[in-house]
Write a protein that binds this ligand. Structure first.
Ligand SMILES: Nc1ncnc2c1ncn2[C@@H]1O[C@H](COP(=O)(O)OP(=O)(O)OP(=O)(O)O)[C@@H](O)[C@H]1O
Length: 258
């Protein structure tokens, strides 16, 4: 559904970020369009993490601009970006293992009971949150989490990833950024996470996927941003280029016009 005629939901222009004498980003452009999965790939040190951190408020770029829905943004931190609808799932997932699935979905945004119990006594609406958690998992097509009262510490790696992605998707987010979501997973669990990414996109939430796993990227991405030496070397699609092409662009074995 992505189209270069539509306005990008998220756009970066000329982002520069230096760390002392090290250049992390050297004038990067990126566009994320509505309805797409955009993969970001690149060799170690190419600037993927720094790019994502700038887009999600975890780093403040030295130069360049970030636009969300066409509007210039100056994120002060990750919470600021989150408030604007940019949700990021980092590799550590930031879940609370001892809490159950429903509580993890609502971590930091607990819902209170209606009436004085909630407003005055701040009693958490456990039942309501569990119902909403079930509905949210169902809407995302997550079938591997049957019981939302199970503590997260009892879940497999893929199930934990699903909880983290569902949480990112659950609160009206505009963009979900996933950092290596299949890195620690086996084949079956990886496929489930890829399916979840497609479901998320099909529900209207565009996704940025950072991954080293070329087959996964080619399975799920609509477009692929190739980062090299702090810049965008090219944007390709799984239809226009092969994995070998992508690696050649990534490593500089093949020059591109960007
Ligand atoms: N906080 C920091 N302090 C100093 N240098 C940094 C910092 N963060 C990133 N860099 C440097 O910026 C460059 C880009 O790093 P970045 O982590 O963004 O690359 P990456 O593509 O995510 O790499 P990897 O795949 O290895 O995670 C590297 O040279 C890195 O050493």
């Amino acid at each position: 559904m992505n189209s270069s005629d539509s306005t990008p939901i998220l756009q970066a222009r000329g982002l520069v970020k230096t760390f002392g004498r090290v250049v992390g980003l050297d004038g990067v452009d990126l566009e994320l369009y509505p309805g797409e999965v955009l993969a970001v790939i690149g060799d170690n040190g190419a600037g993927k993490s720094t790019l994502i951190k700038c887009l999600t408020g975890a780093e403040i770029p030295d130069e360049g601009e970030i636009r969300l829905d066409g509007k210039r943004m100056h994120f002060k931190g990750p919470q600021d970006a989150r408030t604007h609808g940019i949700e990021t799932v980092y590799q550590n997932l930031a879940l609370s293992p001892a809490l159950d699935i429903a509580a993890n979905l609502f971590l930091g945004r607990e819902e209170r009971k209606p009436g004085p119990l909630g407003t005055l006594l701040r009693v958490v609406d456990k039942k309501g949150m569990r119902q909403r958690a079930r509905a949210e998992l169902h809407a995302l097509g997550i079938t591997t989490l049957q019981d939302v009262t199970v503590p997260v510490e009892n879940l497999s790696g893929g199930q934990r990833q699903a909880v983290a992605v569902a949480r990112a998707a659950a609160f009206g987010s505009k963009v979900v950024v996933l950092d290596e979501p299949t890195a620690a997973l086996g084949v079956r669990e990886s496929n489930q996470v890829l399916e979840l990414i497609r479901n998320l996109r099909d529900r209207g939430v565009p996704v940025i996927l950072i991954s080293h796993d070329m087959p996964h990227v080619f399975k799920v991405a609509d477009r692929i941003h190739i980062q090299r030496l702090g810049r965008r070397a090219a944007t390709i699609t799984p239809e226009s280029h092969s994995m070998t092409d992508a690696v050649a662009i990534m490593t500089g074995a093949r020059e591109t016009s960007g």
